[in-house]
Design a binder for this molecule. Structure first.
Ligand SMILES: NC(=O)c1ccc[n+]([C@@H]2O[C@H](COP(=O)([O-])OP(=O)(O)OC[C@H]3O[C@@H](n4cnc5c(N)ncnc54)[C@H](O)[C@@H]3O)[C@@H](O)[C@H]2O)c1
Length: 545
């Protein structure tokens, strides 16, 4: 076995190769192929038809060709057909180009799983049990010959098999990990599609150490890096070094939301004017959402708009605030009251920076990640249920996938509704309640993400009280938020006060408060808030839970 990023699943039919392979690929951020499905896709006919016309021999030839191509790919998970190992050339390719996982199971389980399958020509016989037993005896030594990992899938859920496999993969050499072997670390790039204002989001480990990428992203001659005193100590050096040949200025702001003000903005403008920066200068926001929001607004205003690049260093900013172009500073009486919609020219989310983030801040970012699953992608929510621990352990592939999926969902919504005239409001799930709680807590008791987590739980309770969401969905949401290290209720808070603050939320319009509610996990909608007495009752019961 050579250092490789490919993973191959071998084993008898009905052992779970496709289901496990698909989930494993998702968990590791790799592409998934099922060789049988690939053959059907290429030929345009199903496998029984190929067997009928060309016999097993013809099928095996097609399988060999298909596997030769798939094993030449990089970073793929391939579920192979049960008989693929019969061919020595296939066995050699699989063994040499990736990690081979052998899924075993009992004949009883195989019969159960393949009961309704019509695309298994070898089982179209009076005694499928005898066929399966014969094939098992014949093929077992061939599976064992090339297996790096063997796992029995009998009676197990796909999710538990995938978790066990990931532990096994971690034990082996670099393998499927990001940048396995001598490959460069894996980077995912997605695009926010906004016509001529479209921009890429690069996500991966080690991006700040990639000076070339930084230089390619920021081509301006005049570069101002805006950061804060915490992040500067950790990461400024990397970014500054990349721009050694440019006219570079650094603005280090004090840390904290309380500095997201017009006065701080003024400091940035002073620096830019002093340095005689022109319209073709570029600002680089290096930090969390506070730095990103101020820098973005400075870029929107300076000389009526200059380029800026986001380098978000908190999870919240990587999945939320750096994407979508909302920039702002706070007014003494209201958060984010003065700002602009202004898109960056690129976002670089380096997952390595999350290693220095306090765990509480990481959890706060996870609240927004859970939000994306809740509003639009039930499958992603399910993935999070399986991989929350991996995310909190900062497992690079899991982080990259979760950030990418979150950004994809946000980018999709932003591309449809940049200025929040409709669908973008879905992104506010939990926020109307959350803002009320943040304000009641004097912006000290909870971090933004924590308040959003409680808010999402309140929204789930209201959706349940309206008869939209069932009790088990509510429980799943609560369990996932708890698994993420987030609060789900707000003991001691006056429900009346929550409603009072909600009425003053800047998103309440003259028609009253609108809430983002859940029709199911993965489907949210914007609805007028239920009548006050109903809301008060639900909020009271939720807070007391
Ligand atoms: N523009 C948007 O669409 C949008 C969306 C959501 C939130 N926001 C705004 O984002 C802000 C919250 O962002 P945030 O949660 O990133 O807070 P933040 O910027 O205050 O960062 C949190 C803390 O982590 C520190 N930090 C940052 N990166 C670090 C790292 N890699 N290692 C160690 N410490 C690090 C910061 O110095 C700070 O103390 C709020 O002002 C909110 O209004 C904006």
């Amino acid at each position: 076995m050579t250092a490789s990023t490919n993973i191959y699943l071998i084993g008898p039919m009905g052992s779970g190769k496709t289901a496990v392979g698909r989930e494993l690929a998702k968990a590791l951020g790799l592409r998934f192929f099922d060789s049988d499905a690939e053959i059907e896709r290429r030929t345009g006919v199903d496998i029984p038809f190929i067997f009928e016309k060309e016999g097993e021999r013809g099928f095996r030839e097609r399988e060999r060709e298909c596997l030769a191509e798939l094993t030449a790919e990089r970073r793929v998970v391939v579920a192979t057909g049960g008989g693929a190992v019969l061919d020595p050339a296939n066995r050699a390719r699989l063994a040499q180009t990736g990690t081979v996982i052998y899924l075993t199971t009992t004949v009883d389980e195989q019969l159960r799983r393949t009961r309704t399958a019509r695309n298994r020509p070898l089982l179209q016989t009076a005694d499928p049990r005898a066929v399966l037993e014969r094939l098992a005896a014949e093929r077992r030594p061939l599976y064992e010959e090339i297996a790096d990992i063997t796992i029995d899938t009998s009676g197990r859920q796909v999710r538990s098999i995938v978790t066990a496999l990931r532990q096994e993969l971690d034990r082996l050499e670099p393998l499927a990990k990001a940048g396995g072997g001598c490959e460069p670390a894996a980077v995912d790039t997605i695009e926010v599609s906004l016509g001529e204002r479209s921009y890429p989001i690069h996500i991966g480990a080690g991006l700040l150490a990639d000076a070339e990428l930084l230089r390619k992203t920021v081509t301006a001659r005049q570069v101002a890096i805006v950061t804060n005193e915490v992040v500067a100590k950790l990461y400024l050096g990397h970014v500054q070094d990349a721009f050694g040949d440019r006219d570079t200025r650094v603005v280090v702001l004090p840390d904290g939301e309380q500095h997201k003000t017009l006065a701080t903005l003024g400091r940035i403008f002073d620096e830019l004017v002093d340095a005689e920066f022109h319209r073709d200068a570029c600002l680089v926001a290096l930090g969390g959402g506070v730095v990103g929001d101020i820098t973005g607004f400075a870029a929107a205003c300076y000389q009526r708009g200059i380029d800026f690049v986001q380098i978000p260093t908190t999870l919240l900013s990587q999945v939320d605030s750096s994407v979508g172009g909302k920039t702002a500073v706070n007014h003494p009486r209201a958060k984010n009251m003065i700002g602009a919609f202004y898109q960056p020219i690129a976002v670089l989310a380096d997952t390595d920076t999350l290693r220095t983030l306090p765990p509480r801040e990481l959890s706060a970012g996870l609240a927004e990640v859970v939000k994306y699953g809740l509003i639009l992608d039930g499958e992603f929510f399910e993935w999070l249920e399986a991989y929350m621990e991996a995310l909190r352990a900062l497992e690079p592939d899991a982080l990259r996938f979760a950030i990418r999926r979150s950004c994809e969902i946000k980018a999709l919504i932003v591309a449809e509704d940049e200025r929040e005239r409709g669908r973008r409001a879905l992104l506010n799930l939990g926020h109307t309640f959350g803002h009320a709680l943040e304000s009641i807590g004097g912006y000290e008791r909870w971090l933004h993400g924590e308040a959003v987590a409680i808010g999402m739980m309140l929204a789930a309770h209201v959706s349940r009280a309206l008869g939209w969401l069932d009790a088990s969905a509510c429980k799943r949401i609560e369990s996932l938020l708890e698994l993420a290290g987030l609060p789900t209720t707000a003991p001691g808070i006056e429900p009346e006060a929550v409603l009072e603050h909600m009425a003053h939320d800047k998103k309440a319009d003259r028609h009253g408060i609108k809430l983002v509610l859940l029709e199911s996990i993965g489907k949210a909608c914007v609805a007028p808030a239920p009548e006050r007495a109903f809301l008060l009752d639900t909020v009271t019961r939720s807070i007391e839970t």
